[in-house]
Design a protein around this ligand. Structure first.
Ligand SMILES: Cc1cc2nc3c(=O)[nH]c(=O)nc-3n(C[C@H](O)[C@H](O)[C@H](O)COP(=O)(O)OP(=O)(O)OC[C@H]3O[C@@H](n4cnc5c(N)ncnc54)[C@H](O)[C@@H]3O)c2cc1C
Length: 729
């Protein structure tokens, strides 16, 4: 431990010294390549209305040849499509699932320069690493400015537990501000222990010495990716989700060289297959990069080294509304963070190596590990409970080695752009924050390698993204005033759709109440409304999963709430997309499996089943009594009808779907009824904190109160009628 401290002191001194040496390159600003006239041009809105998906598919089937075909609709692919189309190139993009369904919806949602990389750059006087941070800081500003509705600055607290770390962190963070220069979000500052605890009251105070607060950005990653793809579409790109590249098509160029000339596509919704021709094919498939590289050349060496990162979502009260917490260097060298996001808290830690899959699943070990780490930072008054995990997901980071370099063993720190012998252009690695710069480098390489007829230079630096044009932070007030929307709903619409929120509001149905006039919530705890489902279909949502996971972020925020909203979501989508009853059932089953496997519902349930029954004799007796009150016919189990009757007895008229939801919460063996042991298990899980809340448990408690009240009424009426219990006995 002592040696670790010494190492850090030495490192701190080196950091200060090296920092002075590096000061000259720190302050140098990257020359701006864009003139004022160009910037105002970039603020203009592309006029094209969004063509429906059918038209996009038709265009993919009928166009003679595209200049560029991009494979992959994550941040990187969407960024490439926007860059390519705005240079005047005839552009197409295909994504086998939904936009951002891969890593791009599963990130930590930070728009950052990389504080840790700066530390390394300065320690090692490493100019490449420094340039990487500088570029990321430039891109951070670009994202904040080009999509202000989907992004915001986020203060992040670094807790400091030893005195000597205060100047060490302070200098480091000030350098981060310095490197950002005019692109700095806001200035970092030091906080005393007292002030830190005032701002972050749930923070553990015993060993705390103080804290440093610095700023990065935060975004809604899935909606940002979609907004970039939609912007590309508005500028004229043909963009289709649920279309897979199954094969690359090769031919010969004028010199007789074997080159990629297009791809075979399959519409995953209809099964229809066809070929599309393109002068240049770009592989932007993130963790799947090698699968496309192998379509080009079976013998090519794999470059992707995937690692997975799990995030858990906890209720908002785990962090203040407007302050994140990050420890970049825990005692065992990991990073731990918990950040407020969409009124909840996201917590996570460093990635682990994994296999590539389209449906990564969080594991119980990973969730327990994060919870264990979170506990170390929180005040002992805050009980960190397994049952508070509302959702959990895993994302795969596409780390790559650089095929352009001889040493293919070590991983590239940044993104790589590689052009194969047959002109397949691969863009891989990098991070969300730098998607635009990655796209610029890729299209530069594509134009050069495939001699593309670009009419302009890169246009995307400063280019406004879908929804940004007429957006202002107070725009939501007009939504309340003009449409009679709830304030919380209006704020949510404004921050998700920007100036398109008015188009969304127009689709909202009447509530039948005096206020809000329009906008029926699809779940009482969240500001998502019916109109968003109808609008989401116009934004190419094709499945219930597209809707609950990426158009709305409900699946990521609370998988149980997403499950509860699912029937409403499917009903509205069915109206829009003319789904049959059979299709609705298929959609329900697929979305339920997605929530169970990829959003942590299954691991949450399994963690409860693992628990042994830990109730006292008195508690057991109480719960057996309650159970028998619901199971009136003494069948030994509680059926759906028992739940309905019980709910009715205290005036709740619950729909069939809600009844099934209540049953599902507790019916661990999935046999459609609740046995006594399942109920006792649930009560044990609630007692130990593995489960936060159960409607069945609450119902049993209320049923007991009803039965007791009925008993009391009976007694009173017998006594009043002149009779008496003892006479009846
Ligand atoms: C846990 C975690 C946290 C992160 N946090 C941050 C962060 O806070 N900030 C930050 O800047 N970066 C972060 N990153 C990095 C960032 O999320 C990724 O670098 C970025 O999302 C990668 O985008 P992509 O488009 O390259 O890949 P993806 O988003 O995975 O997109 C690739 C797409 O290609 C599609 N595809 C694959 N094969 C085919 C085919 N045959 N046909 C058609 N389509 C195909 C896939 O379906 C997929 O949608 C994080 C990464 C992880 C793993």
């Amino acid at each position: 431990m002592a040696s670790a401290h010494l190492r850090r002191v030495a490192a701190g001194t080196a950091f200060l010294g090296a920092g002075a040496l590096a000061a000259s390159w720190l302050t140098s600003e990257a020359p701006s390549r864009v003139s004022a006239a160009e910037i105002s041009g970039k603020k203009l809105r592309a006029k094209r209305t969004l063509p429906p998906r059918d038209e996009q598919i038709k265009s993919l089937q009928t166009e003679d040849e595209f200049d560029v075909l991009i494979i992959g609709g994550g941040a990187t692919g969407a960024g490439c499509a926007l860059d390519s189309v705005t240079r005047g190139l005839k552009t197409a993009l295909v994504e086998l699932d939904d936009f951002a369904s891969g890593t791009s919806s599963r990130s930590t949602k930070l728009i950052h320069g990389g504080v840790r990389y700066l530390q390394k750059a300065i320690f090692n006087l490493d100019i490449d690493q420094y340039r990487m941070v500088k570029e990321a800081l430039h891109e951070r500003t670009n994202m904040l400015e080009s999509a202000p509705h989907l992004t915001h600055p986020l203060p992040i607290m670094l807790p400091v537990y030893t005195w000597w770390q205060i100047p060490y962190y302070w200098v480091g963070i000030k350098m981060y501000d310095l490197v950002a220069g005019s692109k700095s979000v806001k200035s970092s500052y030091y906080l005393s222990k007292k002030d830190a605890l005032e701002l972050f009251p749930m923070l553990r105070g015993d060993k705390l010495c103080g804290a440093i607060v610095y700023y990065d950005g935060q975004q809604d990653d899935a909606r940002m990716c979609l907004a970039i793809a939609l912007t590309a579409t508005r500028h004229g790109a043909t963009v289709a989700n649920h279309v897979r590249v199954t094969k690359l098509i090769h031919g010969q160029d004028a010199t007789g060289k074997r080159v990629v000339q297009g791809a075979s596509l399959r519409d995953e919704l209809t099964g229809k297959e066809w070929d599309v021709k393109a002068k240049c094919v770009i592989n932007a498939t993130g963790p799947f990069t090698d699968s496309i590289r192998k379509m080009d050349d079976q013998k090519v060496k794999e470059i992707c080294c995937p690692s997975s990162g799990v995030h858990i979502v906890l209720p908002g009260y785990y962090s203040p509304d407007q302050m994140g917490l990050l420890d970049p260097d825990t005692s065992d060298g990991r990073v731990i963070f918990f950040l407020p996001w969409q009124r909840q808290t996201i917590a996570g830690t460093t990635d682990r190596l994994c296999d590539v899959t389209h449906d990564p699943k969080p594991t119980e070990d990973e969730i327990e590990f994060i919870l264990g780490e979170v506990k170390n930072y929180l005040n002992p008054d805050v009980e960190v409970r397994r049952g508070d995990v509302l959702s959990a997901w895993s994302g795969i980071r596409p780390l790559v080695s650089d095929p352009n370099k001889e040493d293919t063993q070590s991983l590239a720190r940044n993104h790589i752009v590689h052009v194969s012998d047959s002109n397949l252009v691969t863009i891989a690695g990098g991070k969300w924050t730098t998607y635009r710069a990655m796209a610029e480098h890729t299209i530069d390489a594509a134009v050069k390698a495939c001699k593309l007829p670009a009419t302009k230079e890169c246009q995307t630096d400063g280019l406004l993204i879908e929804g940004a044009h007429g957006w202002t932070p107070t725009m939501y007030i007009r939504l309340v005033q003009d449409f009679g929307l709830e304030c919380e709903v209006a704020q949510h619409l404004s921050m998700s759709y920007g100036d398109r929120a008015f188009a969304v509001a127009k689709l909202a149905s009447l509530t039948g109440k005096r206020f809000p006039i329009i906008g029926k919530r699809i779940h009482p705890e969240f500001p998502y409304i019916d109109a968003e489902i109808r609008y989401g279909v116009r934004e190419y949502a094709c499945t219930a999963i597209d809707m609950i996971a990426r158009r709305l972020r409900l699946a990521f925020l609370n998988n149980q709430a997403a499950q509860e909203a699912l029937p409403t979501v499917i009903d509205i989508m069915a109206e829009e997309l003319k789904w049959s009853e059979k299709e609705k059932k298929v959609q329900y089953e697929k979305a339920t499996a997605f929530l169970a496997e990829q959003m942590g519902q299954q691991v949450n349930r399994a963690s409860r089943e693992k628990m042994s029954i830990n109730l006292s004799k008195d508690e057991m007796q109480l719960y057996i009594k309650r159970f028998q009150m619901i199971d009136k016919e003494h069948k030994g189990y509680v059926s759906i009808n028992d739940i309905r009757r019980s709910m009715k007895s205290f005036g709740e008229d619950v729909s069939g779907e809600e009844l099934h939801e209540i049953l599902k919460e507790i019916d661990t063996n999935m046999n459609g009824q609740v046995e006594l042991d399942e109920y006792l298990q649930m009560m044990s899980a609630i007692k130990s904190g593995a489960v936060a809340y159960s409607r069945f448990a609450r119902m049993a408690e209320m049923q007991e109160a009803v039965v007791e009240k009925e008993g009391l009424m009976k007694k009173v009426s017998v006594e009043r009628s002149g009779g008496g219990e003892h006479y009846l006995q």
